[in-house]
Design a protein around this ligand. Structure first.
Ligand code: ASP
Ligand code: MG
Length: 421
């Protein structure tokens, strides 16, 4: 008998009928001779709606209470799914994250899993039940308060449980047929990636691909949990995220995929004195307020012994970063701060670039031919990213996708619900 963890995202349980459809799938998995643990997200837009409701009640709700509120979304879908499973002729028990033994840090809204004590889950399985766990939540080890793990983190719950339970399979059901070479809504010729390594998936997730939560991929890589990304709307083969010995993933192309991200902004600190320690002061000020920056470019000015330092960061964190910089402007002695929130990042990712020269040239030539201007560049061993004008992102993604031979004529990509959940 195999032990399977199946996670269903919000768009797979958007209404009563879809809850019943998920119930049938889960029961079929059990009848095929498996032990089944289901991790469930809140129905449809529930989490957004709860957040909106909280905002109407209070402009700045206490984080602890916000977590009490948001965890209710997953608790609802877990109980409803259990009911539907009984109706489909099997028996189930639903648990909150806390009951299921998901132990976390106390960082409300962004808690990390530090331990899983899955005793009750195992008991349920041994009794022959399907066990349902509310995703995206846990209980803080020290305060014993209910926590959430960050938006989209039901994926992470699933992988963490799969690791703790020694599951044979971890399946993430969503509303697309797997991981694609680009967002099918921008590139209709995108193709499904049959198999991809953890490190490539990490780069794609970190650079805007929304199909898997970033921390879920980090967790899967650390614990070596193979993850299958599948559609709950079809029976297609999906994508396997796993570790591959270099060169053994026969499906691998030079570039695995093209990711894009529209959530960043660019800040430029102008007229920074060209002296030792100034850049350190700029970035210390930003680090002190907990803002995570992404790309950095420094232009040395030839004339007036000052430089301009540009960096990108999540647009949502721009106000905090600017405030922190203003506070040290006089001390550091820079002239001004300007920002641009109309930018986008386009990244090509592939382990193949380790061994193949010319990837950068091909990427940049494609951008030039598409008339796209590059504002910033950054690279890792397996990724090249550029910042471009927000309006140029679709053209840039399509150009890169085509240049690396990723276009498929068959128009294979199907987006069933279109939210990536
Ligand atoms: N319901 C939560 C969210 O929308 C968690 C999840 O769906 O993974 O972020
Ligand atoms: Mg998701």
């Amino acid at each position: 008998m195999a032990r399977v963890v199946q996670k269903f995202g919000g768009s797979s349980v958007a209404d009563a009928d879809s809850v019943k459809r998920v119930a049938r799938r889960v029961v079929a998995t059990q009848r095929a001779g498996n032990e089944v643990v289901v991790v469930i997200s809140a129905m449809g837009d529930t989490t957004d709606e709860l957040l909106e409701l909280a905002k109407q009640v209070s402009p700045d709700p206490p984080a602890r209470e916000l977590d009490m509120l948001l965890t209710a979304g997953e608790r609802m879908s877990a109980a409803l799914l259990a009911m539907a499973i009984f109706d489909a002729g099997a028996s189930a028990r639903s648990y909150t994250g806390s009951q299921a033994g998901v132990i976390t840090t106390a960082a409300h809204g962004d808690a990390r899993i530090i331990d899983i004590t899955p005793g009750r889950i195992v008991q349920g399985l041994e009794a022959g039940d399907i066990v349902i766990v509310a995703g995206f939540q846990g209980v803080a080890q020290d305060t014993k308060d209910v926590t959430t793990l960050g938006r989209g983190a039901s994926d992470t719950t699933a992988v963490a449980l799969a690791a703790a339970l020694g599951a044979d399979r971890c399946e993430i059901y969503t509303d697309v047929d797997g991981v694609f070479t680009a967002d099918p809504r921008i590139v209709p010729a995108a193709r499904r990636i049959p198999a991809i390594s953890y490190e490539e998936m990490l780069e794609l997730a970190a650079n805007g691909a929304k199909v898997l939560h970033l921390r879920c991929v980090e967790y899967a890589r650390r614990e070596l949990v193979p993850v299958h990304v599948l559609s709950s709307f079809s029976d297609r083969p999906g994508t396997l995220v796993a570790s591959f010995e270099e060169g053994t993933n026969m499906e691998a192309a030079l570039i695995s995929g093209v990711a894009h991200d529209l959530t960043e902004a660019k800040i430029t600190v102008v007229g920074v004195p060209d002296e030792i320690g100034k850049a350190a002061r700029v970035f210390s000020a930003i680090a002190d307020v907990g803002v995570n920056i992404d790309m950095i470019v420094q232009n040395a000015s030839v004339t007036d012994k000052t430089t301009a330092i540009s960096f990108t960061l999540p647009d949502a964190e721009r106000p905090i970063a600017i405030e922190a910089l203003r506070a040290v402007q006089a001390e550091i002695g820079f002239r001004d701060i300007v920002y641009d929130d109309g930018i986008g990042k386009v990244s090509v990712v592939g382990v193949g670039m380790r061994s193949h020269p010319g990837v950068t040239a091909r990427f940049f030539t494609a951008l030039a031919e598409a008339g796209v201007n590059i504002a910033m560049i950054s690279t890792s061993e397996i990724r090249i990213s550029v910042v471009v004008d927000e309006a140029a992102v679709p053209a840039a993604v399509r150009a890169a996708h085509k240049a690396f031979g990723l276009d498929t004529a068959s128009g294979e990509a199907v987006v069933y619900a279109g939210t990536g959940r």
